[in-house]
Design a binder for this molecule. Structure first.
Ligand code: MN
Length: 206
């Protein structure tokens, strides 16, 4: 059975960038629903429910056709949001405020410099039509790429390792920002836990 991850911060700790009400609803309602529906889909296949969520999605071709859509949507939703909470941090007490080390070098290889990287990522996030995510992924050759995916489709299903993600579903920002997705994206850069992103990068390139 899958369950919500414990958070390393309180719901109001990301203020004023992300508001507590959105954080609370996003975690205890939206993410919980993905978890519940994933568990419900896997009641007849305990061998699948025993896999770590990332493994379940990497091995998506082993999921029976009759529950494939549910696993893609709700398993993806669970994996994506588990990463989401982990790469956020309060601006004052979180991890590093900027990438460093080998991750910083890889970002520079991809985009030339960090400012351009932020611009490219933000442009892709702004351009997602409808509900979806923008990701920084590590490819099999260990280079980075910025990609988008619709709905809750996980890059893990495509052999990519996500290390940073931005949820641009309206439920992630509508209460505070209404239709102003660009302002939400701008706020996002203030609450990223780069220590966690670097940890994920290091693990992905080993
Ligand atoms: Mn979400």
């Amino acid at each position: 059975m899958y369950s919500l991850p414990q958070l390393a911060y309180g719901m109001n700790d990301l203020e004023p960038y992300f508001d507590a009400t959105t954080m609370e609803l996003h975690y205890s309602k939206h993410h919980q629903t993905y978890v519940d529906k994933l568990n419900a889909a896997l009641t007849e296949t305990p061998e699948l429910a025993a896999k770590p969520i990332e493994q379940l999605l990497k091995e998506f071709d082993q999921v029976p056709a009759e529950i494939a859509t549910a696993v893609k949507n709700h398993g993806g939703g669970h994996a994506n949001h588990t990463l989401w909470w982990s790469i956020l941090a309060p601006p004052s007490v979180g991890g590093a405020n900027n990438p460093s080390g080998t991750l910083f070098a890889a970002i520079n290889t991809l985009c030339g410099n960090f400012t351009t990287f932020k611009e490219h990522f933000s442009t892709q996030a702004t351009g997602v039509f409808g509900s979806g995510w923008t990701w920084v992924v590590v490819k099999p050759d260990h280079t980075l790429e910025i990609v988008t995916r619709p709905n809750q489709d996980s890059p893990l299903m495509d052999g990519l390792n996500p290390i940073l993600g931005l949820d641009v579903w309206e439920h992630a920002y509508y209460l505070k920002f209404q239709n102003r997705r660009v302002e939400f994206i701008t706020a996002f850069w203030n609450v990223i836990n780069w220590t966690e992103v670097e940890k994920r990068y290091t693990a992905a390139v080993q």
